[in-house]
Design a protein around this ligand. Structure first.
Ligand code: SAH
Length: 244
C-alpha cells in the first residue's frame, strides 16, 4: 500500500503565487507524482460585500489593516471537511514558534497542514483561538506576507516525505538533524585555483572521513551557532551519563 499523500491547504489573498517555486525541482516533481497535494484557497472568495473586502482598520487605532476574523473563519471552515483528524492548522506569523528542523519533521509526519498566510498588519487574534491555529515564524524579521514563509515551510517539509529525496542517508547527515551544522562539502576538480580538497576526503578511509566530518561539524557549530552548540553539548552529556 502506498502512503496517502501529504496534504497542504493554503489560505491566501494571492493564490496565483502558488505553486511558484514549489512547482520546480524536488518539490515540483513530488507534486506532479502525487507525493503531496496542494490546495490553495482564495480568502477573498469568502468576502460578502460588493467590494469583496477582507480587512478593516485596527481597533484601538494605529497604522495598516487587519484581516477580519469572520472572513478568515469562513475560509477555514470551507476546507475543514477535507482536513484529516488531528492535522495541524498553522498561521504564518513573526510571533510564532520558530520553524526548525524538529518542527519540520513533526509536520512531515502529520499527514498535512492547513496554512493561513497573513497580509497587512496581520490577522484578528480571535480567529487564532477560535479555529485552533498555531503561529509559526520562519525567523526574526518581518515579511510583507505569509506566502513566502509558507513556501519555505512547505519546501522543508516536502523534501522529508518518503521517496522525495533519493538517499535517506543524505537526510540523516545534514545540518540540524544531529544538532550540528553540516561539515564542508567538496567535489571535483580536486585542485581548483590552487586550492586542494582536504587530503582525508580522497583517502578512501571511511572511518577517518567520518571522524574528520564530525570534527568539522563540531568546529563550525561552535564557531557560528553558540545556541546550537550549548544544546548539543548538553544532549551529549546526557547520553554519556546514561551510557555509564
Ligand atoms: N504587524 C505584524 C507583521 C505583519 S507582516 C507584526 O509586527 O508581527 C504580514 C504577514 O506576513 C503576517 O501576518 C505573516 O503572515 C507574514 N510574516 C511576516 N513575517 C513573517 C515571519 N518572520 N514568519 C512567518 N510569517 C511572517
Amino acid at each position: 500500500m502506498t502512503a496517502a499523500p501529504w496534504q497542504a491547504r493554503v489560505l491566501t489573498l494571492f493564490p496565483e503565487m502558488f505553486p511558484g517555486p514549489l512547482g520546480h525541482s524536488l518539490c515540483g516533481r513530488a507534486l506532479a507524482q502525487g507525493v503531496w497535494l496542494l490546495e490553495t484557497v482564495d480568502i477573498r472568495d469568502f468576502a460578502r460585500d460588493k467590494h469583496r473586502s477582507v480587512d478593516d482598520t485596527p481597533c484601538g487605532g494605529g497604522p495598516g489593516m487587519v484581516l477580519r476574523p469572520d472572513i478568515l473563519a469562513a475560509a477555514i471552515d470551507g476546507v475543514a471537511p477535507r482536513e484529516r483528524p488531528g492535522q495541524p492548522r498553522l498561521c504564518m506569523s513573526p510571533r510564532g514558534r520558530p520553524l526548525d528542523q524538529a518542527l519540520v519533521g513533526e509536520l512531515a509526519r502529520a499527514g498535512g497542514a492547513t496554512i493561513l498566510c497573513g497580509r497587512f498588519e496581520g490577522v484578528d487574534e480571535r480567529v487564532l483561538e477560535a479555529r485552533g491555529l498555531t503561529e509559526v515564524s520562519i525567523g526574526d524579521f518581518v515579511l510583507s506576507g505569509g506566502e513566502i514563509a509558507a513556501m519555505a515551510l512547505l519546501d522543508a517539509v516536502v523534501r522529508l516525505l518518503p521517496g522525495v529525496m533519493g538517499e535517506a542517508a543524505s537526510l540523516e547527515e545534514e545540518s540540524f538533524t544531529a544538532g550540528l551544522l553540516e561539515y564542508p562539502q567538496y567535489t571535483r576538480p580536486v585542485v581548483w585555483e590552487g586550492r586542494a580538497v582536504p587530503e582525508v576526503l580522497l583517502s578512501g578511509h571511511h572511518e577517518r572521513i567520518r571522524q574528520w566530518r564530525r570534527a568539522e561539524a563540531e568546529r563550525l557549530t561552535e564557531a557560528r551557532r553558540k545556541d546550537l552548540w550549548e544544546r548539543y553539548l548538553a544532549s551529549r552529556d546526557k547520553r554519556e551519563k546514561k551510557a555509564r
